[in-house]
Write a protein that binds this ligand. Structure first.
Ligand SMILES: NC(=O)c1ccc[n+]([C@@H]2O[C@H](COP(=O)([O-])OP(=O)(O)OC[C@H]3O[C@@H](n4cnc5c(N)ncnc54)[C@H](OP(=O)(O)O)[C@@H]3O)[C@@H](O)[C@H]2O)c1
Length: 303
């Protein structure tokens, strides 16, 4: 039966059903107000998630190619930076003028790869804090409740309404650029040192390693400031103090990718610091060296 005042369900596509895509899908599928469409490079038949010690397997239908256009209300993109060039095929098919797009990934300038396909006002950049571990048999274990940070805007209000506020936090900030740069400076510096040393945070017991951290993050902060981020000079000391609170066994996504033989998100981290350094005439010799050393051996992503 058709009810005249019944609100139509939102059609939401999730592109990239890996670690982050699985967590986001899991939260969205809890609501009756959405119809979900899943798109991924490799076929999977369910979302497998472990959270708060409960395990779930939710059957889903993943499309690995597409012919028509589903006229999505939302497209949520959960790809890694180096996966974007091969994923352009999807953008053309999945984005219509009415589609609002949320880009969830590490790095800065997250709208750039989508501007040929969508109006800027329809794209929302999302920074996510959500450590996830891949377990045996392809289950993703969520260590902490996801926190998304986005720029305060009408599209951000719409995005927030897609989720149950109890299970996923969507924080709006007036200065997304600064928040995102702070995260990038920190993660690129920690990630590079751990990845190149092949060791976890115990290495920072050595003052020489802390000095190295200071030098690398100082370059990153100078580039961030040149790009318009409002990062105070006290930030570097704050990060060094924070570094000393980490357990010796703390790792980083760059080290984990390296040890697992996966491509590292180098372009989204030290790569962008080095490139923008050249753009703004800020010298970044440490980050340039990191990029040279890591790109030489960085793996190509799957076709
Ligand atoms: N994982 C975390 O704990 C975490 C935490 C914070 C932030 N992040 C950030 O979130 C972003 C996403 O990371 P992630 O960990 O979710 O990555 P991921 O687990 O590697 O997931 C990426 C997914 O995208 C799919 N994919 C790749 N290329 C594709 C293409 N051309 N077409 C369709 N699907 C494609 C992959 O398919 P396959 O199944 O074929 O590989 C995979 O399922 C990254 O920027 C990451 O740094 C991650």
């Amino acid at each position: 039966m058709y009810f005249k005042n019944m609100k139509p369900k939102s059609k939401i596509g999730i592109l990239g059903v890996g670690a982050i895509g699985t967590v986001i899908s899991y939260e969205l599928q809890k609501s009756d107000s959405h119809v979900l469409f899943y798109y991924n490079r490799t076929k999977k038949d369910c979302l497998k998630l472990i959270s708060e010690n409960s395990e779930c397997e939710i059957p889903i239908n993943i499309e690995t190619s597409i012919t028509g256009s589903p006229k999505l209300d939302w497209l949520i993109i959960c790809l890694k930076e180096h996966q974007y060039s091969k994923a352009k095929y999807w953008f053309k098919k999945l984005i219509s003028p009415k589609t609002q797009i949320a880009v969830i990934r590490n790095g800065i300038n997250l709208k750039a790869p989508l501007l040929d396909f969508a109006a800027e006002k329809n794209i929302l950049e999302c920074m996510i804090d959500c450590p996830i571990q891949l377990q045996n048999e392809g289950s993703y274990k969520v260590i902490r409740k996801p926190i998304l940070t986005v720029n305060k805007s009408p599209i951000a209000n719409n995005f927030k309404l897609l989720f149950d506020a109890q299970s996923i936090e969507v924080n709006q900030t007036k200065d997304f650029k600064t928040a995102n740069w702070r995260k990038l400076c920190e993660s690129a510096t920690l990630g590079a040192i751990l990845c190149l040393s092949g060791e976890t945070c115990w290495v920072f017991q050595d003052k020489k390693m802390r000095d190295l951290y200071r030098n690398i993050i100082t370059e990153a902060v100078l580039v961030a400031q040149a790009d318009g981020a409002k990062i105070e000079s006290s930030f570097i000391n704050e990060m060094l103090i924070k570094l000393m609170t980490y357990p010796d066994t703390k790792s980083s996504s760059m080290l984990i990718d390296r040890l697992n033989g996966n491509p590292i998100e180098l372009g989204a981290k030290n790569g962008v610091i080095s490139d923008l350094g050249k753009h703004y005439n800020v010298n970044t010799p440490m980050n340039d060296l990191i990029v040279s050393l890591l790109s030489k051996t960085n793996r190509e992503d799957k076709a």
